[in-house]
Write a protein that binds this ligand. Structure first.
Ligand code: SF4
Length: 333
């Protein structure tokens, strides 16, 4: 499931890095368009919402300039800006669209050594051996099919740093990660949803069965693993869809994943921006905005009404207890 790009937009400075020249050769057959700044490409910003799908076929290559970490209090302790932002898949609820609007295409940053050096330095001066989330701005397993960054990242961090890395994914292309010298310092988290929701809403991502095989393989390869059941989407038949998902997980996850893996359960949030883009770019697909179920939480964002979410949380936790009784739920939110 490798992305198929139609053109590359690049900052000239990116070509001075080894990864920049590798990408130049790899995508030599595509048109290359010079840009000043990966954060602001005027001709792409001017595109209409209807052109969202076309924009997603562009690959942007630049140099990351901001490296500020943000505190986080879930599986990781810090969100780290890493080797990419944006994504070429098109999940209708993608939180990156809130940040980047229709310019949520895949941007790859070539200065990975600089980012790794900061990670290593921060991790090694940190007495608490924190967990660093490197996949909050993109899907690194998908990015890896473009850059081959992940094997290098995992082994370099394992060799040089204390602490742990983590990233979530909705993709199954983990073959290059198996058999690496990871020293259990990378926590792999696979995101799952009912197959019907993957097909209709998580456009361009891997099927459920392939994701399950991937997390089983990563666990067999010695990585600490978790599953995100996320985002929970309260479609009319959600209870039966999620029960079916949990039955499938109970049947198909390996005994080791069910014994040592953990769970995160996260409800969908949605926004005015996503709704505007989806209704113009995907007019025939289901709308995720349900005014009777959702409530504003500021800055154009919506979440499920509290009483609905609380009821659903209870039902989901009961189902998890029944079908995956050994897996610890780290949080539900
Ligand atoms: S795979 Fe993740 S990053 Fe990519 S579109 Fe879906 S939610 Fe966004």
């Amino acid at each position: 499931m490798n992305p198929s790009f139609d053109s590359v937009y690049f900052e000239p400075a990116a070509l001075h890095y080894p990864l920049g020249s590798y990408l130049k050769q790899k995508y030599a057959s595509l048109p290359w368009i010079e840009i000043q700044n990966h954060n602001n490409i005027p001709q792409l910003r001017a595109a209409s919402n209807r052109e969202f799908v076309r924009l997603k076929r562009h690959l942007i290559i630049g140099v990351r300039k901001t490296h500020r970490y943000t505190e986080n209090h879930k599986v990781s302790d810090f969100l780290v800006p890493y080797t990419s932002s944006g994504c070429s898949a098109m999940c209708l609820y993608c939180y990156l669209v809130c940040n980047y609007n229709k310019c949520a295409y895949l941007r790859v940053f070539v200065n990975r050594e600089e980012m790794m050096n900061k990670l290593v330095k921060t991790a090694n001066t940190d007495p608490w051996r924190h967990v660093f989330e490197i996949g909050s701005n993109s899907d690194l397993v998908l990015e890896n099919t473009v850059t081959n960054n992940l094997p290098w990242t995992i082994e370099e961090f394992a060799r040089r740093a204390d602490g742990k890395l983590t990233f979530p994914t909705k993709f199954d292309m983990v073959e290059p990660l198996l058999g690496l010298d990871h020293r259990q310092k990378t926590i792999f988290r696979m995101s799952v949803n009912p197959e019907e929701l993957i097909r209709k809403i998580e456009i361009g991502t891997s099927q459920l069965s392939a994701r399950i095989r991937a997390v089983n393989a990563m666990c067999d390869s010695g990585y600490p693993v978790g599953l995100l059941i996320a985002p929970i989407i309260l479609v009319p038949d959600w209870e039966s869809l999620y029960e079916e998902l949990l039955i499938t997980l109970s049947d198909k996850l390996s005994d080791d994943v069910k014994r040592v893996g953990f769970l995160e359960v996260i409800f969908m949030t949605y926004s005015f921006v996503q709704n505007a883009i989806n209704s113009e770019a995907f007019p025939s697909l289901p709308t995720l905005y349900q005014p009777d179920q959702m409530v504003g939480r500021g800055r154009g964002k919506y979440r499920y009404r509290e009483h609905l979410q609380k009821e659903a949380e209870k039902i989901l936790l009961d189902m998890i207890n029944k079908y995956l009784p050994k897996m610890t739920v780290k949080y539900i939110s």
